[in-house]
Design a protein around this ligand. Structure first.
Ligand SMILES: [Zn+2]
Length: 443
């Protein structure tokens, strides 16, 4: 297991967007010690120094809905509706995964995420070989809460369906092995795919297991009207009410999408403090709709952001999700809806809450983990420099503007170069595995 850096690093001379309770933006140095933020202030001393003059330090961005196992499927499932997208492409491809291809898929996705300033994710893997994804995450240095996908209902394709007991047992075993691994950087989540994929007994058992382990439950909900109809037909209930009835609600639950949620559903999500994970690119590309995020925030809901999987996006770029999250609300509600500052909260503090890590990450405050990104906004697309800094970050900045990335105080990206793995090797291995998967499913 890799321990967090037990060293010292001084990030000197940056503009620091703290996201602290007062949302202060400071001209300050940030001192990192033993993987944590030890000080934020002026003229700190010590060595080594990471010169950040003219640069901007942000809390590492958090994406609370990712499928690393799908990174190798990028470009293999474009321009399809969700149900076809799943049945014709994603499920056969997931079923064809081997330990090696899951590992390569996770490495490719994690490399893109780290290079683009995402330091923490909530990840849903596929049914098999989740241990291989954890091994990739352990070595590449991303903070991740990941879980094996659960699919025990009779309606699932035979290639992915598992007996309830076996699915639960493997989840419990993975949780025992990986929850808290890499000095707490890796955590386990219980990940039922979505209600139509799972039996009631499995969902209830997942709720109990997660409660006992202190783990997050990560699933999809209310993504399409067809899904809502299926759940209504099978359970007689609205989906959010049904999830609540089996114990999947509250701060421990993170529900991706929640596009088709009415006023009553919004009130329920807010009352129970269930985490909603907004995935604007995915919702647009699959034609699912526009989630009522401003209404949810006004009601007091907890909301994070995520890119979802590579085949429905096709990038894993937190900057793209921030920009789109703001833009897609404006035709519906007017240009004032979801301003930049609120979007940045979703990508930092909101994501931290969805991972159950709000006391550890999401802002730059003394005592929190040193998950930091350093941006270079000197490019023409993010100038002039007098413009509002939050606006430049949310509306103008791009993943390529990320210069340095720290996770747990460890420099994992320096000068735009991944330090924990060789991207050329990741690419070569990923391409070989993607070719094999394509052939296996006849694409
Ligand atoms: Zn998803």
């Amino acid at each position: 297991m890799s321990a967090p850096a037990s060293t010292f690093l001084l990030l000197k001379g940056a503009r620091v967007v703290t996201m602290d309770p007062r949302r202060r933006i400071l001209d300050a140095d940030v001192v990192v010690r033993d993987g944590k933020i030890a000080a934020v202030g002026r003229a700190a001393d010590g060595r080594p120094v990471l010169d950040c003059k003219g640069l901007v330090i942000l809390p590492g961005l958090v994406q609370a809905h990712i499928h690393l196992c799908q990174t190798l499927f990028r470009g293999l499932a474009d321009d399809l509706a969700l149900e076809e997208w799943l049945a014709k492409r994603i499920w056969p491809l997931e079923a064809a995964h081997t330990e090696e291809s899951v590992y390569c898929s996770a490495m490719l996705g994690a490399a893109e995420l780290l290079l683009g300033g995402t330091t923490a994710i909530l990840d849903m893997e596929t049914v098999r070989h989740t241990g291989a994804a954890f091994e990739a995450l352990e070595s590449i240095g991303l903070r991740a809460t990941a879980g094996k996908c659960l699919m025990d209902a009779a309606s699932n394709p035979a290639s992915l369906r598992e007996p309830t007991e076996r699915a639960l047992q493997e989840s419990a075993d993975l949780c025992a092995k990986w929850h808290g691994a890499a000095a707490g950087r890796l955590r386990y989540c219980f990940a039922p795919r979505f209600v139509p994929s799972c039996t009631g007994p499995l969902l209830r058992a997942v709720s109990d297991l997660a409660e006992r382990a202190g783990a997050v439950i990560h699933t999809h909900a209310a993504e399409t009207p067809l899904e809502l109809q299926m759940v209504k037909r099978e359970t007689g209930n609205d989906e959010l009410a049904y999830l609540d009835s089996v114990g999947i609600s509250g701060p421990r639950a993170a529900l991706a999408h929640c596009v088709w949620v009415d006023q009553e559903g919004i009130a329920r999500l807010a009352r129970q403090q269930t985490n909603v994970v907004h995935c604007p690119s995915s919702n647009l590309k699959l034609g699912s709709g526009v989630a009522p995020i401003p209404e949810m925030l006004a009601a007091g809901c907890r909301v994070g952001l995520g890119a979802d999987g590579a085949p429905c996006n096709n990038r894993l770029d937190a900057f793209e999700e921030m920009r789109l999250a703001a833009l897609i609300q404006k035709p519906r509600l007017g240009p004032e809806a979801l301003p930049a500052a609120q979007v940045l909260e979703l990508a930092t503090l909101g994501g931290a809450r969805a991972l159950g890590l709000e006391t550890e990450i999401g802002s730059i405050e003394v005592g929190k983990r040193a998950d930091l990104i350093v941006l270079d906004l000197d490019g023409p697309h993010a100038q002039p420099e007098e413009a509002d800094l939050i606006s430049r970050i949310v509306y103008s900045a791009r993943a390529a503007d990320v210069r340095h990335v720290l996770v747990d105080g460890r420099v994992v990206v320096k000068d735009g170069v991944l330090k924990t793995a060789k991207v050329e090797e990741i690419r070569r291995a990923a391409n070989a595995q993607a070719r094999r998967l394509r052939r296996a499913v006849g694409l």
